[in-house]
Design a protein around this ligand. Structure first.
Ligand SMILES: C[S@@+](CC[C@H](N)C(=O)[O-])C[C@H]1O[C@@H](n2cnc3c(N)ncnc32)[C@H](O)[C@@H]1O
Length: 211
């Protein structure tokens, strides 16, 4: 799909202003400029940034209450979904502070560059989550971060959140959901991803370890 068709599809799924589109174009330019040196997104997706990364990230915007104080994106890579969501919320006049956690210093430099170019209210935390004791936030989100059982362990031990957790699960991870959820006392809702029919978005409201 050409870029214009991808932008059309994006706009028919997510309500955004012209200003948001021009910020996303700037973000796309930076991704293309730095991708070969930093391996930010798979080469096969570099011509499909709007559909494979921007729209995929943006599809959960309705799950974030714009009045919360803070949200963390764990293992953000090139900024998905954290920077896309921070941008959409900024243009909705939300004050949510985004913590963007990424262990790769090179990717963190890229994340800082994009944040500054787009004027986003983000805190780029360049650390391995294993070295962090506890993070306070209202909302946590992760896309393609780790296998599902490991994500639950990490979230449970590191994130101190009272609101929600939203996870993007690819085909393999979706298959692990039933088995993994038996090991936790959890409440969650699931829905199909709009960008990939075998992927799921899950919204977890309660996550307690079963003894
Ligand atoms: C497969 S990439 C996904 C990136 C992005 N969320 C996306 O959907 O495109 C996983 C990212 O998590 C980061 N990561 C892996 N383990 C981590 C850890 N223990 N702490 C912080 N970041 C980590 C990696 O450096 C990588 O950028």
């Amino acid at each position: 799909m050409g870029e214009l068709s991808q932008i059309d599809t994006f706009c028919s799924n997510v309500q955004v202003s012209r200003e948001t589109i021009s910020s996303l174009k700037k973000y796309e330019d930076l991704l293309i400029k730095y991708n070969s040196g930093l391996n930010l997104v798979g080469k096969s997706t570099i011509n499909e940034i709007w559909s494979r990364h921007f729209l995929d990230s943006a599809q959960v915007i309705d799950l974030i209450n714009k009045n919360i104080n803070s949200c963390i994106d764990i293992g953000s890579g090139a900024g998905f979904p954290g920077l896309v969501l921070a941008l959409l919320l900024k243009h909705k006049k939300s004050q949510v502070n985004f913590k963007i956690l990424e262990k790769s210093p090179k990717k963190c430099n890229f994340l800082k560059l994009v944040s500054s170019e787009l004027g986003l209210d983000t805190e780029i935390i360049c650390q391995d989550i294993k070295n962090i004791k506890k993070i306070n936030c209202d909302f946590a989100i992760a896309r393609a971060f780790k296998p599902l059982p490991e994500i639950f362990e990490i979230i449970h031990s590191k994130i101190n959140f009272s609101a929600k957790l939203v996870l993007f699960l690819g085909a393999k991870q979706s298959g692990l959901l039933d088995e993994t959820s038996k090991k936790w006392n959890m409440e969650y809702k699931q829905r199909k991803s709009i960008t990939s029919s075998d992927s799921l978005i899950i919204e977890v409201n309660k996550l307690e370890r079963l003894d």
